[in-house]
Design a protein around this ligand. Structure first.
Ligand SMILES: Nc1ncnc2c1ncn2[C@@H]1O[C@H](COP(=O)(O)OP(=O)(O)O)[C@@H](O)[C@H]1O
Ligand SMILES: [Mg+2]
Length: 433
């Protein structure tokens, strides 16, 4: 329940309005932001303004124009109006987003009915509005090279899919020392550089301690519904772009995955060995390795920050690639990992996840050949390539416990509707599938 300050009501509408806006963020957004927030927006707005520790981490996913940035700007203004010591940093995926956020915030902070002008420590600008009491709102586009150091109470990633992993990793601990820390991640789920990261956070929100916020297009009364229909005519009813950008959905992975037959299926006369999983002890299915130059060797490497670091070693004989080794590191330092890779495989080129350029550079420095791969951007291409290999029986993975993580990953691309039954892994490699 909102406690209406009746004393103020008796002093006229203006006082009542100010008083109501002070206790109720939704009223604040309506009076000073000129919007009529939708139910989803109201929930998100209240959560940003809430002091409840259960609302310390928030993720919002909506269509483009769904009103995320506006709500965040209103919430920050409300927080600062009530306590001008809040330290708030917004990292925007693009200059345009940064500009929007500030353009929503500025008229409110300049409104003397809301903020006494003597509170402002200096003329506000997009990159910094600071208050004499110590608080501030800083808004930077991800590409801007200004200092990002220093601790804050709240950070927001706006259009997070546009922000590089390194910057996200650097921002994450900046609220760690605050007594009232809050992390806010907002985006449309567009296929950009950090989509995988964003989708994982969205899908595992509960496990990762995030509250989810989304609201459908039909709630966005400010979006022209007639125009949405016209746009749909242009893109087509099943268009991914339409679903993501206009309806706020997540890109589907259907159609980019492979048939379960290719991994677990029985051999057929046309394809003697179409299945990718082979018996490690059967020399016909899994011939012994040869040394270069008779065959080509390569290494795939995924640096782990929150998950383990995973290395796979592959050998290409003719057109067929054979998985030869899979190694996971859980807790070892990157220095140990680099040394081990270089000692074990000094002459094999490493195709490494490009989102860790520092690690890749260090690996190069000790003499390893490294080719960075942009998984998020090249994913479609990589998946198509793997599908082609699977369809032609050109990829072979021994069905042993060592390769379990790889097999699990390969299966996870089947999508839920194709989920296969878990099988027991053999304890020794004398196992025929
Ligand atoms: N509840 C609302 N009522 C009216 N207009 C709104 C509302 N929410 C957002 N808008 C307007 O919609 C436009 C897009 O909002 P924005 O917050 O920039 O969207 P997003 O960040 O989700 O892409 C802006 O012009 C904003 O003022
Ligand atoms: Mg926005």
């Amino acid at each position: 329940m909102i406690e209406l300050p009746l004393r103020d009501l008796s002093r006229g509408w203006k006082n009542a309005k100010v008083a109501l806006a002070q206790v109720e963020p939704v009223a604040f957004a309506a009076f000073y932001g000129g919007i009529d927030p939708s139910p989803g927006q109201c929930r998100f707005l209240s959560a940003i303004c809430s002091q409840d520790p259960r609302e310390s981490q928030l993720i919002a996913k909506t269509p483009r124009g769904g009103g995320k940035t506006k709500v965040a700007a209103m919430a920050f203004a409300w927080l600062l109006r009530n306590d001008p010591t809040w330290r708030i940093f917004v990292h925007s995926g693009s200059y345009e987003q940064a500009h929007y956020l500030y353009s929503y915030f500025k008229p409110v902070v300049m409104n003397p009915e809301v903020f006494p002008s003597e509170w402002l420590a200096a003329e506000p600008s997009q990159s910094l509005t600071s208050f004499r009491q110590g608080g501030f709102l800083r808004v930077l586009a991800a590409s801007e090279k200004q200092s990002r150091g220093g601790h804050v109470d709240i950070f927001a990633l706006d259009e997070a899919v546009l922000i590089k992993q390194e910057l996200i990793d650097a921002v994450w601990p900046t609220v760690h020392t605050s007594k009232r820390p809050k992390r806010i991640v907002m985006s449309t789920a567009s296929p950009k550089i950090s989509l995988d990261w964003f989708v994982r956070l969205w899908q595992d929100a509960g496990k990762l301690g995030f509250q989810r916020f989304d609201w459908p297009l039909k709630e966005c009364h400010w979006i022209n519904a007639q125009d949405t229909k016209r746009v749909q005519l242009l893109y087509g009813i099943d268009s991914e772009t339409f679903k993501i950008e206009y309806l706020g959905e997540i890109a589907e992975r259907k159609g980019r995955v492979w048939d379960s037959m290719l991994i677990d299926g029985e051999p057929t006369p046309g394809h003697p060995h179409p299945t990718a999983l082979v018996d490690a002890d059967n020399r016909e299915e899994y011939p012994p390795p040869l040394a270069p130059p008779a065959t080509e060797w390569s290494i795939g490497l995924d640096w782990g920050f929150t998950h383990p670091t995973v290395l796979t070693v592959w050998e290409k004989q003719g057109e067929t690639v054979y998985a030869r080794r899979l190694k996971q590191w859980q807790k070892e330092s990157f220095t140990e990992i680099r040394q081990e890779i270089h000692t074990d495989h000094p002459d094999i080129t490493v195709y490494a996840d490009s989102s860790s350029p520092g690690e890749n550079e260090d690996l190069k420095r000790i003499g390893q050949m490294v080719v960075p791969v942009i998984f998020s951007e090249d994913k479609e291409k990589l998946i198509n390539h793997v599908r082609w290999r699977l369809e032609n029986g050109f990829m072979k993975v021994p069905y042993t416990a060592e390769f379990e993580p790889l097999i699990r990953q390969t299966r996870s691309y089947l999508g839920e509707s194709h989920a296969v039954q878990e099988r027991q892994y053999p304890t020794n490699s004398k196992f025929r599938i």
